[in-house]
Design a protein around this ligand. Sequence first.
Ligand SMILES: *Cc1c(COP(=O)(O)O)cnc(C)c1O
Length: 457
Amino acid sequence: MKTQDKQKRFLLPEDEIPTAWYNIAADMPNKPLPLINPQTKEPLKAEDLYPLFSHAAADQELNQTDRFIPIPEPVRELYKNYRSTPLVRAYGLEKALGTPAHIYFKNESVSPVGSHKLNSALAQAYYCKEEGVTNVTTETGAGQWGAALSYATKAFGLELAVYMVKISYEQKPYRRSIMQTFGAQVIASPSMSTKAGRKILTEHPNYQGSLGTAISEAVELAMQTPNCKYALGSVLNHVSLHQTVIGLEAEKQMAMAGEYPDVIIACFGGGSNFSGISYPFMRHVFSGEKKTRFIAAEPASCPKLTRGVFQYDYGDEAGYTPMMPMFTLGHNFAPANIHAGGLRYHGAGTIISQLLKDGYLKGEDIPQIESFNAGELFAQAEGIIPAPESCHAIAATIREALKAKKEGKEEVILFNLSGHGLIDMTAYDQFHAGNLIDYSLPDEEIKRTTDSLEKII
Ligand SMILES: *Cc1c(COP(=O)(O)O)cnc(C)c1O
């Protein structure tokens, strides 16, 4: 059969859009260690999270019994504006690489805000509205999460304040404009508006910010504002839960294509898009039916999965959050100013960390320049400009496809295209100008920020 006779894009009819998310915690062979209260060192209860998050999100965070959790109808209605997202066979990329591998990608960049982040933003905003909350705070790195939550809160009639990591605020002014267009208030972090921000600015006046610091600021504001909740765009279990709509769709779409992935790849910041595409497939590995491999592509300059330690750590810089058992570089780790802002986070979520410990996935480190080479090749082959974060998944996919070529294997690869890069062209300009560098991260640096962690495990 000639290439042009083959189907390239697979979409689901509306009534096939999932009606429930998949909760992997119910099926995991080893459950994650509990979150703990930093003061008492006691395991955390959902009630402990109620002051900060919507009750529904807090309950989902600790739910280890319900395999499927219904998607509320108003959320599913908004999903229909852009879901299903296409599953695409990347014939162009296969040809450019001369690989016998079959490469598929799930195109989350088609969401109205350009990334997968909207899948959880809509759910979190909905639960806040249902519970009578009026104001929401959050942080954002590259601005993708902030943009998604700005639209989602507006859709449900809530006010939003976003702390945006300063380096991204400056590098990506259009993401700020997008958030403001959706009606959100945007503050560069660290800022003087919170205790956490003032403390770090006093100590390091030129600090360019990190997700850890921005989270501290957003949490602090939420705790001080009446009727206000905080929403997080990654790392936590309930966020990954909402993202499983990606993998549940992909499972049906791969069946339409008549194939099953041998390997699934996604980039890794806090783990939400990786979890989203992986977890629904991973349940068949737990049950022994499948042998699918999973690869999480992280930046070489922020290598928590391959070089981090497994220890209890805070989710934020100031230590306001519960302590979580995670692969981490330490909450004081200051990542290099790479352009993949969404991947500059010090730790991984508790479920993913347990799964990594148990050998269900593998981390792979991608140097910055390799990621942009991969992104550019993909853009030229497929006509879509990938987000700098997604470029890491593409680089790992290319490594895998070239290995398949060497071995003459018709391997089936599925990767998640987490977002488009149309608001990230400054990064591509820097790449073309030869200004990007590969940051090397000495072991001593990692040792310094991980040694200071309390040894609870
Ligand atoms: C935020 C973001 C990421 C990283 O976050 P995860 O929670 O690891 O998915 C990756 N890609 C894009 C486009 C993003 O916006």
